[in-house]
Design a protein. Structure first.
Length: 169
């Protein structure tokens, strides 16, 4: 798959990079960020329609990389990160807990689940009219508000041409 901005999604790279994340029972955080960066190239195919999702995912990956750069021991793997952040909070009241890496990773997964659900619906639907309504429905039911209300209204009323959007995927 090619993209006009030069980002190219390579499914073999996605597989290889996610496989490289696994180290025994651990998931290595830097390698995970590399794999997720490859997956995030898919979001670029959505263009401006999903700009906020693309931007948020890029920001979250950068946050995880920054945590690792600041502390390569405690952020080497997902498991080590969870253990470290849990230890940091064990004597604090719940309202003062800081789970920056864990929360960031969770948000990345929510964005990925949103994209997976949307793609499953796109593959299931043949009519572009129904396709537009599925986009709106999926955006409204996702766990966090990814698209603005204005964009949802434009999609729902047909001001955004679903044929053009579908051709960009």
């Amino acid at each position: 798959m090619g993209h006009p901005d030069g980002a190219s999604l390579n499914l073999l790279d996605v597989f290889v990079k996610f496989k490289a994340c696994i180290n025994g029972d651990s998931v290595l955080l830097p390698e995970y960020c590399e794999a997720y960066t490859e997956v995030s190239k898919l979001l670029m195919y959505f263009g401006n329609l999903f700009y906020f999702v693309t931007s948020d995912v890029s920001h979250k990956i950068s946050e995880l990389r920054a945590l690792y750069a600041a502390d390569t021991v405690n952020y080497k793997s997902v498991e080590q990160m969870v253990f470290y952040e849990e230890k940091q909070n064990e004597h604090l009241p719940v309202k003062k807990w800081r789970c920056t890496g864990c929360r960031t990773l969770l948000r990345l997964h929510r964005a990925l689940l949103f994209v997976i659900d949307l793609m499953l619906e796109v593959c299931r639907v043949s009519s572009t009219g129904i396709f537009t309504h599925l986009i709106v429905a999926e955006c409204r039911t996702c766990s966090s508000p990814i698209l603005s209300l204005d964009l949802l209204v434009l999609l729902d009323t047909g001001f955004i041409d679903s044929q053009v959007w579908l051709a960009r995927i």
